[in-house]
Design a protein around this ligand. Structure first.
Ligand SMILES: [Zn+2]
Length: 206
């Protein structure tokens, strides 16, 4: 089973990748960007926090954190939703998830931010918002391939995460490419659009 937590109005849902990885100064990522920034925001009265939860995610050394805050209560407008998403990024949450969440929010999709877990959070103050039968991690690419080939994708994924990052930003390239140096000053668009695949003679654009 997979358990889905969709951000409520009073919650920040953070996805903290590799809590102990060193930042530029050597300080662990989670300490510098989660604990200290959260402390500073609370001390400065910028976030009114009633509860903080830290739980392991499926991947080793990765954590989910939930910050329960009354700062946005009774506000479900776009500005409040975007503020929550910005706080999540400020507190160290995964940038790739965050940029897609922000784009979903400004495009008016509901459920911009969520956490998917393989078990409910133990002793948590509320139940998950949804659950599905999937036992392995939901791969966005896999889910969309299933739909494109006429199969049945996870219904909860379809409902809560129906827009993929490449629908928002365009598909990402997975091929191994050669480095293309750019000149300083005005950069020719042909260079921006160039793609030199390893082992191929000529570059292609597009
Ligand atoms: Zn599922």
């Amino acid at each position: 089973m997979s358990y889905w937590y969709v951000a409520h109005d009073d919650e920040l849902l953070l996805d903290l990748d590799d809590y102990m990885r060193p930042t530029k100064t050597g300080c662990p990522w989670g300490e510098a960007f989660f604990r200290r920034r959260l402390r500073n925001a609370m001390a400065a009265g910028k976030l009114k926090v009633s509860e903080v939860w830290l739980v392991r995610s499926t991947s080793e050394r990765h954590f989910h954190a939930i910050v329960r805050t009354s700062s946005f209560i009774n506000r479900s407008d776009l500005a409040a939703q975007v503020s929550r998403l910005i706080w999540q990024l400020h507190l160290g949450s995964d940038l790739y998830r965050g940029r897609a969440d922000l784009m979903r929010a400004v495009r008016g999709f509901p459920c911009a931010s969520l956490l998917i877990r393989d078990e409910p959070i133990p002793n948590f103050y509320r139940k998950p918002d949804a659950q599905c039968d999937c036992t392995k991690k939901h791969s966005t690419e896999e889910q969309f391939n299933i739909v494109n080939s006429g199969g049945i994708a996870c219904p909860v994924f379809q409902q809560l995460r129906g827009v993929s990052p490449w629908e928002l930003f365009g598909p990402s390239s997975k091929e191994s490419e050669k480095f293309i140096p750019l000149p300083a000053g005005r950069v020719p668009l042909e260079l921006v659009m160039s793609k030199f695949i390893e082992g191929e003679e000529n570059g292609t654009s597009g």
